[in-house]
Design a protein around this ligand. Structure first.
Ligand code: NAD
Ligand code: DAU
Length: 334
């Protein structure tokens, strides 16, 4: 099989490509990524010499390019997105452009070239915010996005589902909870806080820090994406999470303890507008129908993740300074 992965230079995309090439050594992977600030080809150093892997720099909104690439593949794993909520509050334009229009272009290409298999990677944020006693999100939870990022992802999910019902495009969708693990851009909470603590900077906890997220290791998420592709029932949605609800302040204290810093480094700052209070996911459908289960415990996953960031300080520094962009120029002439 030859698959087109979009957004393969980002956090989840690069972890997915490395996992996929290892799990399916006979398959070919084409990585289409426009290399926004979040795209980092250094994440893929391990596979860049692999003859089964090809990188194409370009946007999923470029119709001609996308139609050309989709023609030659058997399946599409659509991971590319603008992914950071805070950025979507500053400017929602790129979120609509990439997450909605880009998805539509990919769907049109998949349809035009004989209804290619399409897996869409989405988020639990499309379901909105839970109260303390609400039951976790599942595949039947109504959509209720509350920030421009989640609204754009919700729109993309609806489009993908509509191509199944209207055109018979063979799709699956996965909605995953908060990921952590290696190669996450240090703007998201866990890598940002580790980087700041290491640099002796205070960590900005939004509002009262009582918001809850359901954390899952990226290694478990990418196995889930592959399981959807291999075993998912067409037209179906699968939720991935780890029954691992943690309050932001508790997580911050845990990170401080693991990095060996002091709780004096906590700084409460103005809350994120529209900040979702609680996410929680019920992944029983994925357990039962895909045979998928998380393998990492939060304890070992977090410890490994911190060890990875501490052992890869240069990667973090190059992300924070922007020096990682030099790698594209040197290696690929981009
Ligand atoms: P990321 O920001 O780390 O990576 C996104 C990648 O997409 C980057 O390499 C970027 O260059 C690329 N990209 C952006 N716009 C593009 C365009 N127009 N054309 C081609 N490439 C483009 O994001 P991530 O955290 O790896 O998230 C990946 C996907 O997983 C997203 O769809 C996101 O909604 C979803 N998701 C993320 C999480 C999480 O916790 N990070 C959880 C659930 C779902
Ligand atoms: O739930 C899945 C989603 O998880 C993905 O769809 C998104 O792409 C991904 O970015 C993530 O969204 P969050 O907004 O939950 O992640 P973030 O790491 O930005 O924030 C996690 C929590 O920490 C959230 O409640 C906000 C808080 N936070 C975040 C930052 C960056 C802080 O308190 N301070 C910070 O500086």
């Amino acid at each position: 099989m030859k698959i087109l992965v979009t957004g393969g230079a980002g956090f989840i995309g690069s972890n997915f490509i490395k996992y996929y090439l290892d799990a399916h050594p006979e398959d070919e992977v084409v990585n289409l990524d426009v290399l926004t600030y979040a795209g980092n080809l250094e994440n893929l150093k391990d596979v860049e010499e692999n003859p089964q892997y090809t990188f194409v720099k370009g946007s999923i909104t470029d119709r001609d390019l996308v139609f050309d690439l989709v023609k030659d593949v058997d399946a599409i794993v659509h991971i590319a997105a603008e992914s950071h909520v805070d950025r979507s509050i500053m400017d929602s334009g790129p979120f609509v452009e990439t997450n909605v229009i880009g998805t539509q272009v990919l769907l049109d290409a998949a349809l035009a070239h004989g209804k290619k298999r399409f897996h869409h990677v989405s988020t639990d944020e499309v379901f909105g915010s839970l109260g303390p006693d609400d039951k976790p999100f599942d595949e039947t939870t109504p959509y209720a996005p509350r920030n421009p990022y989640s609204a754009s992802k919700a729109a993309s999910d609806h489009l993908v589902r509509s191509y199944f019902h209207t055109h018979g495009l063979p799709i699956t969708i996965s909605n995953c909870s908060n990921n952590y693990g290696p190669y996450q851009f240090p703007e998201k909470m866990i890598p940002l806080f580790i980087a700041k603590l290491r640099a002796g900077e205070k960590v900005p906890v939004y509002g009262d820090g009582q918001q809850i997220r359901d954390w899952i290791h990226v290694g478990d998420h990418v196995r889930g994406i592959d399981a959807c592709l291999q075993k998912g029932e067409l037209g179906e949605t699968y939720l991935f999470g780890d029954d691992n609800e943690v309050r932001n302040l508790d997580l911050t204290k845990k990170l401080i303890e693991l990095v060996g810093a002091s709780e004096d480094m906590i700084e409460f700052v103005k809350d994120r507008p529209g900040h979702d209070r609680r996410y929680a996911t019920d992944s029983r459908k994925a357990h039962e129908q895909l045979g998928w289960k998380p393998e990492f415990t939060f304890e070992t996953g977090l410890r490994n993740t911190i060890d990875w960031y501490l052992a890869n300080e240069e990667w973090v520094d190059r992300c924070r300074s922007g020096a990682y962009k030099d790698y594209y120029k040197k290696q690929y002439g981009l």
